[in-house]
Write a new protein. Structure first.
Length: 528
């Protein structure tokens, strides 16, 4: 039973406090330094204090207090059919004990549990108690709900990793470290990472029910307001998790889409990001909570025959169709630009590779440009083309190349991004040569190579040769560098920031890009 400070009953429900918690709309509106003005009176048969899930629910709702009454069941002989706590006359057994739970401004243990006799509990003046508790929050400088400093609107993130049987320990650890970088690139602060091992994800909540309670409790203790999972999860799973934890939940794809939305600067980039977000959202509308729920059947709820869910779906589908047409126009426009460059007989080279491998830095160093660079994942999103003039060491003639910096790849690049950015990715497939840039200083550089090759394999056939370029050689030990040189003898090893190996790279570019461009021109002219 939930009651306000006037003693009025707000809700009577069957279940635990965690299962029956109030929504934000049902709770009175108060400042962060005040409690909600609602207390919960609960009964249970087990003579144990409230557990972690119920304690977390109290903290999430910032309730004034939780009063738990431990009821002794009546003799089952008096009601042989039910074997429960309710006798034939409708009365329960006597109250054995009571527990009073209230919040305290302590980050490690944000609640206090006090066993009290029923007679003493009845005599307590809850108005005075609540005033004293709120004064403690004010004196400590914490909000009764957030348990964090006021004025900080940055997302505090709790990461959740699920290690299943299909993942190797190294691949799982690399994925978690990458998720931390993604969260930081999105502008959040990662407070902690929690891990669970399961043979396969739980169909309703991804992780087990016990882990859900543990995540909610830990998020409350550290002040996290966002939970990020290391994999794609369904809308129904997100809905179930948010309902049980009273926290926002996002998956890996949604996190990447958020980064892309922040990085997009050009009009073309923005429309591609919007298309990717809508394609991601469309199949997830049904599970996105009451905002997309169907209309009811009572007076005032009957619509013209189409539910709000269907209306939203039709609206989004129309917008997707419109954006796809615009992307097709962008695709045709860039195709015309490429044809003009080909008529000018200027070879084109696309820079491809894993995100944060140093592609934009290499472009700036080679062409003396000022493309934005940062030590972040997906720092640059829009493709950039610059001219590079190289003197051929053999003929002493000057040749011009066009270098195009493309969007970075990542392990398991979300399908909506692959579809939306097809106009950008065509810069790779239509180039005369491709520079596959690899960050040799990254511990997982070998898996990065494999991930990029998998993405390239999903694209249409690449017309030109691919040159493997290992960057950041100044940041690795000589043993690691020697091993990579032995494994990839045809690759070029450079440092874009210090200018190491760039002369060799330029000569290799002339030798692979110019013949490829000449061969393409001959093929086009000989075609009927």
């Amino acid at each position: 039973m939930y009651l306000n400070r006037r003693g009025q009953v707000l809700r009577v429900a069957v279940g635990t406090p965690a299962q029956t918690q109030l929504s934000e709309q049902e709770l009175p509106r108060h400042s962060a330094e005040r409690l909600s003005g609602v207390r919960c009176l609960a009964t249970q048969l087990k003579a144990t204090p409230p557990d972690g899930a119920n304690l977390t629910a109290i903290a999430r709702q910032r309730l004034d207090a939780l009063i738990t009454l431990i009821c002794a069941p009546t003799d089952s002989k008096s009601n042989s059919k039910s074997k429960g706590a309710i006798a034939k006359n409708g009365t329960s057994g006597e109250i054995q004990s009571t527990y009073l739970v209230h919040l305290v401004p302590d980050l490690d243990q944000p609640w206090e549990i006090s066993p009290l006799p029923l007679a003493e509990l009845i005599e307590e003046d809850f108005g005075d108690l609540v005033d004293d508790w709120e004064k403690e929050f004010h004196a400590a400088g914490y909000g009764a709900f957030q348990f964090e400093e006021k004025g900080d609107d940055q997302d505090k993130i709790l990461l959740v990793g699920l290690m299943t049987d299909d993942l190797s320990p190294q691949r799982f650890q690399d994925g978690l470290e990458e998720l931390v970088r993604l969260a930081e690139s999105a502008g959040g602060t990662v407070l902690e990472t929690m891990i669970q091992k399961r043979s396969q994800p739980h169909p309703q909540t991804v992780v087990g029910q016990g882990k859900v309670d543990e995540i909610a409790q830990q998020a409350q203790a550290i002040g996290a307001n966002l939970v990020v999972f290391d994999r794609d999860i369904s809308a129904s799973q997100i809905r179930n998790l948010e309902a049980q934890m009273n926290l926002r939940v996002v998956d890996r794809t949604e996190l990447i889409l958020d980064i892309f939305a922040q990085r997009a600067q050009s009009q073309a980039g923005k429309l591609q990001v919007e298309l990717a977000q809508l394609e991601y959202m469309l199949p997830r509308l049904r599970g996105r909570g009451q905002a997309m729920s169907r209309l009811g059947g009572g007076i005032g709820t009957r619509g013209p025959g189409e539910t709000k869910l269907e209306t939203e779906r039709r609206t989004i589908q129309r917008r997707i169709n419109q954006l796809q047409q615009e992307v097709n126009q962008l695709q045709a426009h860039r195709s015309r630009l490429r044809q003009q460059r080909q008529h000018n007989e200027i070879p084109t080279v696309a820079l491809a590779g894993y995100t944060n491998a140093g592609k934009s830095t290499l472009l700036n160093t080679l062409t003396h440009s000022e493309v934005y660079t940062a030590d972040q994942l997906f720092a640059t999103l829009d493709p950039t083309t610059r001219r590079l003039t190289i003197t051929d060491a053999e003929t002493q003639s000057q040749r011009s190349l066009l270098l195009t910096d493309t969007v970075g790849f990542i392990h398991e690049l979300p399908p909506p991004l692959m579809d939306a950015f097809r106009a950008t990715l065509e810069e790779v497939t239509e180039a005369d040569a491709v520079l596959h840039v690899v960050d040799l200083s990254h511990p997982a550089w070998e898996s990065h190579i494999q991930s990029v090759q998998e993405v390239l394999a999903d694209l249409p056939t690449i017309s030109g040769p691919t040159l493997l370029v290992f960057n950041k050689v100044d940041q690795v030990e000589s043993e690691a560098l020697g091993a990579a040189q032995q494994t990839y003898p045809d690759a070029v090893f450079i440092s874009a920031t210090r200018g190491l190996g760039l002369a060799t790279l330029k000569q290799r570019l002339v030798h692979i890009a110019t013949p490829a461009a000449d061969a393409k021109m001959n093929t086009e002219f000989s075609a009927p």
